[in-house]
Design a protein around this ligand. Structure first.
Ligand code: ZN
Length: 343
């Protein structure tokens, strides 16, 4: 038997997972399967060519994506929204949701692509959970019907700090494959016209799906972190509308591709904290994508100074308090969309 209550509430009661799986078929023919707490798959009777993964709560305090997915899940369970594609929803870190924190012991978005078993191995529950989630994603893609499939994964986040660009997506490293116009168009339809191109393999969830499942996968930042109930859901309307279109339509209608619709940023460098004596040369509340002028001091890692290498070098995801050896900030530069290999 499926949990009869709200799926997110049930998930939060079983915060580190449950081995009991259950399934049922809705009156509209959609099969509902609960694989674990936070893991629910829907399969329509006549599934189309798309396999869609929607994940949230990789960071437990990022409430808006959790609320968006909760709405979609309950609408499908109630029969109000009838998916035409297979879809897997994942609430990645229910225990962190419960304590209202980014994570309990370890940042899960550093634990995918096998990161969970690196270093000291599966020593905490987040590492174990990341490994389980990888297995659920593999099961979902492996169980798809044969033939040409469209594999999509949106890992939904909100950022800790303000951003010069409220909504942006990280396009994971493609191993030299060209970027896809259609994927940019879908992100644009979601209200996400700013794209950050990653320049190498990472341990993020979205890169995991690219590398291991050949999916078109993105980390999507939807705005600033707010407590539950305080998110302005109107600001997510284009995102929700596009996700619903992907769920219910074979080919969602997209605006024609136009390079000037996008701001595309390339990673210039990653600056790691290697010593205790590390500081950022700007306020903690600096907005993501704030540009610096050539020569301006960005950070100091013990004796080593990091200065902007060019005008417009912009800072994202700064966090001076990361563990030693981890990334304290990333810097990026803007490039015109026309300068990339797009198909
Ligand atoms: Zn996040």
């Amino acid at each position: 038997m499926l949990p009869t209550e709200n799926f997110l509430s049930w998930t939060r009661k079983n915060e580190w997972g449950t081995s009991s799986t259950s399934s049922e078929i809705l009156s509209n023919g959609v099969k509902v399967e609960v694989w674990d707490s936070g893991v629910i798959a829907f399969t329509p009777e006549q599934a189309n060519q798309r396999d869609l993964v929607l994940s949230s709560a990789v960071h437990g305090d990022e409430t808006a994506p959790i609320e968006i997915c909760d709405q979609l899940i309950e609408a499908i369970r109630a029969g109000e929204l009838v998916p035409q594609c297979r879809v897997l929803f994942l609430f990645a870190n229910p225990a962190a949701i419960n304590v209202g924190r980014r994570f309990v012991e370890e940042n899960m978005n550093r634990l995918f692509n096998g990161g969970h078993s690196q270093g000291e191995g599966l020593v905490n529950k987040e590492r174990v959970r990341a490994k389980q989630i990888e297995s659920y994603v593999a099961k979902f893609f492996d169980e798809a019907p044969t033939g040409e499939r469209e594999r999509l994964h949106y890992d939904l986040h909100t950022a800790i700090r303000d951003s010069k660009h409220e909504k942006f997506a990280v396009y994971p490293f493609t191993h030299g494959k060209p970027y896809k116009k259609r994927q940019l168009q879908l992100l644009h339809a979601m209200g996400v016209p700013v794209i950050l191109l990653n320049d190498g393999p990472t341990t993020t969830f979205s890169y995991h799906s690219v590398k291991h499942h050949g999916a078109d996968a993105f980390t999507v930042e939807l705005g600033k972190v707010k407590p539950f109930g305080q998110n302005d859901m109107k600001s997510f309307a284009p995102t929700i509308k596009t996700l619903k279109a992907l769920l219910t339509e074979k080919e969602p209608e997209l605006a024609p591709f136009s390079p000037q619709d996008f701001s595309i940023f390339q990673v210039l460098r990653s600056i790691n904290r290697t010593v205790e004596d590390f500081e950022l040369n700007f306020s903690d509340s600096l907005a993501n994508f704030t540009p610096f002028e050539e020569g301006e001091l960005l950070a100091r890692d013990g004796e080593k100074e990091y200065r902007a290498q060019c005008d417009g070098e912009a800072v994202i995801f700064p966090n001076a308090k990361v563990a030693l050896g981890q990334r304290a900030l990333l810097t990026v530069v803007s490039k015109p969309a026309e300068s990339f290999d797009l198909v």
